[in-house]
Structures are given as structure tokens and as C-alpha cells.
Design a protein around this ligand. Structure first.
Ligand code: F6P
Length: 431
């Protein structure tokens, strides 16, 4: 990697930090928030207050900031155990600098009003692009702002980092659920359900679907079929494989990625199909696959769409994932106070067995808008399973448990008070 440019660290006086959550949330994004907040506290000489954007970058644009210092220490500790985006997240993509310079200028105006010198953006590909652009416009407008991306995405599709915080926990949930549901269908298969379909997230990359493969240990174990977005759906081969599995085992378990496409490149659930709720959108391929099996082979089926359950499932989070999520938050602050701008802490695998990793900075410019897909050699030759290499990659990412505290039989999650920071700007901002 090219060495990230180091700016002179702001020695004189502490400046405030802005932290925002972005895109689809995860079971561990708040652990990254805790890492950033703890990191800021450890660097009081450089960082004054931490302000969080209410609903991510939208809070930044509308000057709707949350004063994190008003939260109790117990709440900050509890973030490590709490799924979702505690400060609110946003699917809001800032356009290109040329297309909407005013948006960036507004953000800088808000930063200037609140003496924000550090911007920590916790998100995926798009967010890394935004953080990069903010660092550029800050320079252009003569407003010094250090921008550091904090990686997050259940889709696991960021480049240069070995994995993305959020993914390990979804992977664990999907592997666990596949194993459990497979036992269920195996019990019923003789007289009832023969096919179980689990639909998982991952719009363009099949990492989460691949994780379903961890449920099986040896050839023939469920899931017998995984459908990846990286492999064009071949209906004939698929149905033959379902029949073969039912003939051999009495049942068939299928993990299907929401992003599976037909050979013409169209999403399967989009190709004339509707999801269970009548919407022609992604997130309905599970029932489409199940119905196809019923129509062509006549087997009784059940299907489930893991949907938000998979990325909110903090109760069965991966310990490795929680630790990495926290670590990237902490490292982001360490980089920022060293004056490293437009970088992102990446997880670097040192070895798989035993699993060892470290954090290193990579340039946002090399991460922004690049999608890392499942490589072909991680998928078996028939396109329906994972290889030993894939298993070696995935296994350590789901390792370990990190249960939240429980109270009255339920996880004791925290909610922030969300005390607003007093507005300083006279103008409102229309999104
Ligand atoms: O952030 C990634 C992701 O979880 C995808 O896997 C999924 O397709 C998408 O978000 C869902 O987004 P939303 O919650 O905005 O509908």
C-alpha cells in the first residue's frame, strides 16, 4: 500500500469529532461507536467532544447533532452489546462534488460552526467514498478536517480489509440457523416437508450465503445447495441437484442469496416474480425458489427470509466480529490524532490457524466504491457449495461467543438519551 499522507497533528487545542453511522446497520456497529468514543476519551489532548449525527450524515447536514458526552458510562459500555445503529443510520448518498457541491459546503459549514476537526464515518463502500470527498472539499475550502472511514457492512464486500465488521456475526447467525433448521426438516422429511429454503442478504456478493455452508461438516451435509449472486442461476442443474439430494437424504436444504441472478443478469425475484408481500423487489427470492421446487418437483417446502433478523442478531454475535468492530473504531481515532487523513483501518489476517489479525491503515481512495465478491475458487465446481479454501477463510470469523447481558430472559440492550447539541446556524437545510 502507498503510505497515507500524514498531516501535522493538531497540537494546539482539542477539536471536536463528528461520528456518523451509515447504510444498513449491523449487530456490532455500535461496538465500533464505542471504540471511537473510548478512543476520543483516551486522546483528550486532541479531541474535545464527540458529536454523533442523528440518523447519520442527515444529522450532519441538518445540524441535528447528538452530544455523546451526555450519555452515561453504562450506556457507552452497553453499546458494545447492542445491535442496530444507536444514533440512527441513513441511506443517503452524497452526490459527486461537481453535482452537488452545496451539500458538501453545508456539511463543512456545520463542522465549522461546531469546531469539528475530525470526521469518523462508519459505513460501507459508498460511505468511504463520501468520507474521501469530504476530506477533499475540506482542503479545497481551507477548512482542516481529518476524515477517517470506519468499515462496516454485513455484505463483507469492502476491498483491502480481510473482512468487514458486521459480517462475522451475520455469518454466525446464518450458519447456526441453517444447522438448526436442517435438523428440523430432516425430522419431518419422511412424511412432510422435504425442502427448506433460507434466503439471506448480500445484494451483489455471496459472502453471507457462503457462510450458510459452514453449517455442514462433510460432503452431503446440509445445506446441500447454496445459490450465489456470483453464479448465474441454472434452473435445470438446480432442480436436478434438489432431486438428487431428496433421493439421497430424504430432504434438501437450500441457502439462497437475495442477489441471485438469471443468466441475463436480472435478479431472480425481479424476473416477473413478486416477494411474499407482493413487492417486486429484492428480498423475495426465497419464496420464488421454493415455489419453483414445488411446481417442478412437487415437494412440500418451507421457506424463511432471514432479513433484518440476521443483521440484528446480537444475541449470537461472533466474538471475533465484536472485537474487530471495536478495534476499528479505536484505531480510527488513533490514526486521526496522528494526522492521518482519508484512511480506513483495515483488518489484516496474519494467519488462519491459529487465527491472528492486526489493524493497518489503507487509503480511502483505494476502498471507495470497490466491491469484493466471493472468488470463484471459494465456490465448488458445480456452483452449489463452498470449497475448503472458503471454509478456512470463513471459520475464524464466526469463532467465539460474546453474549449480551440478559435481564428477565431478554437481552438488556441500551438506548441513548440523544441529547441534542444546541444549534448554531441560522439556516435550515432541506434534504
Ligand atoms: O447494508 C447491506 C444490506 O444489509 C444488504 O445486504 C441488504 O440488501 C440491504 O442492506 C438492505 O437495506 P435496507 O435496510 O436499507 O433495506
Amino acid at each position: 500500500m502507498r503510505k497515507p499522507a500524514k498531516k501535522k497533528a493538531a497540537k494546539s487545542r482539542p477539536r471536536n469529532a463528528f461520528y456518523a453511522q451509515s447504510g444498513g446497520v449491523t449487530a456490532v456497529i455500535n461496538a465500533s461507536a464505542a471504540g471511537v468514543i473510548d478512543g476520543a476519551r483516551a486522546h483528550r489532548r486532541h479531541i474535545g467532544k464527540v458529536y454523533a449525527g442523528r440518523d447519520g450524515i442527515v444529522g450532519g447536514l441538518t445540524e441535528d447533532l447528538i452530544d455523546v458526552s451526555a450519555e452515561s458510562p453504562a450506556t457507552i459500555r452497553g453499546l458494545r452489546y447492542t445491535p442496530s445503529g444507536a444514533f440512527g443510520s441513513a441511506r443517503f448518498k452524497l452526490k459527486g462534488l461537481e453535482q452537488n457541491r452545496a451539500e458538501y459546503e453545508r456539511l463543512i459549514e456545520v463542522f465549522r460552526a461546531h469546531d469539528i476537526g475530525y470526521f469518523f464515518y462508519n459505513g460501507g463502500n459508498d460511505s468511504m467514498d463520501t468520507a474521501l470527498k469530504v476530506s477533499q472539499i475540506g482542503e479545497a475550502l481551507g477548512y482542516p478536517i481529518t476524515c477517517v472511514g470506519v468499515p462496516k457492512t454485513v455484505d463483507n464486500d469492502l476491498p483491502l480489509t480481510d473482512c468487514c465488521p458486521g459480517f462475522g456475526s451475520v455469518a454466525k447467525y446464518i450458519a447456526v440457523s441453517t444447522r438448526e433448521a436442517a435438523l428440523d426438516v430432516a425430522s419431518m422429511a419422511r412424511t412432510s416437508t422435504k425442502v427448506f429454503v433460507l434466503e439471506v442478504m448480500g445484494r451483489h456478493a455471496g459472502w453471507i450465503a457462503a457462510a450458510g455452508g459452514l453449517a455442514g461438516e462433510k460432503a452431503g451435509d446440509p445445506p446441500q445447495i447454496i445459490l450465489f449472486p456470483e453464479i448465474a442461476f441454472d434452473e435445470t442443474a438446480f432442480l436436478a441437484k434438489v432431486k438428487q439430494s431428496v433421493d439421497a437424504n430424504g430432504y434438501c436444504v437450500i441457502v439462497v442469496s437475495e442477489g441471485v441472478k438469471k443468466p441475463d443478469g436480472k435478479f431472480l425475484a425481479e424476473a416477473g416474480g413478486k416477494d411474499a408481500f407482493g413487492h417486486a423487489q429484492l428480498g423475495g427470492v426465497g419464496p420464488v425458489i421454493a415455489q419453483l421446487v414445488k411446481d417442478k418437483l412437487g415437494y412440500k417446502y418451507h421457506w424463511a427470509v432471514a432479513d433484518y433478523l440476521q443483521r440484528a442478531a446480537r444475541h449470537i454475535a461472533s466474538k471475533t466480529d465484536v472485537e474487530q468492530a471495536y478495534a476499528v473504531g479505536r484505531s480510527a481515532v488513533d490514526y486521526a490524532v496522528k494526522g492521518m487523513n482519508a484512511v480506513m483501518p483495515a483488518i489484516i489476517r496474519k494467519s488462519s490457524k491459529p487465527y491472528r489479525w492486526k489493524i493497518e491503515p489503507v487509503l480511502l481512495a483505494q476502498v471507495a466504491n470497490v466491491e469484493k465478491k466471493v472468488p470463484r475458487d471459494f465456490i465448488t465446481a458445480d456452483g452449489f457449495g463452498i470449497t475448503a479454501a472458503c471454509r478456512r477463510y470463513l471459520a475464524p470469523l464466526i469463532a467465539g461467543e460474546d453474549y449480551p447481558p440478559f435481564k428477565d430472559g431478554l437481552p438488556a440492550y441500551v438506548r441513548i438519551k440523544g441529547k441534542p447539541v444546541k444549534r448554531k446556524l441560522a439556516t435550515d437545510y432541506k434534504l
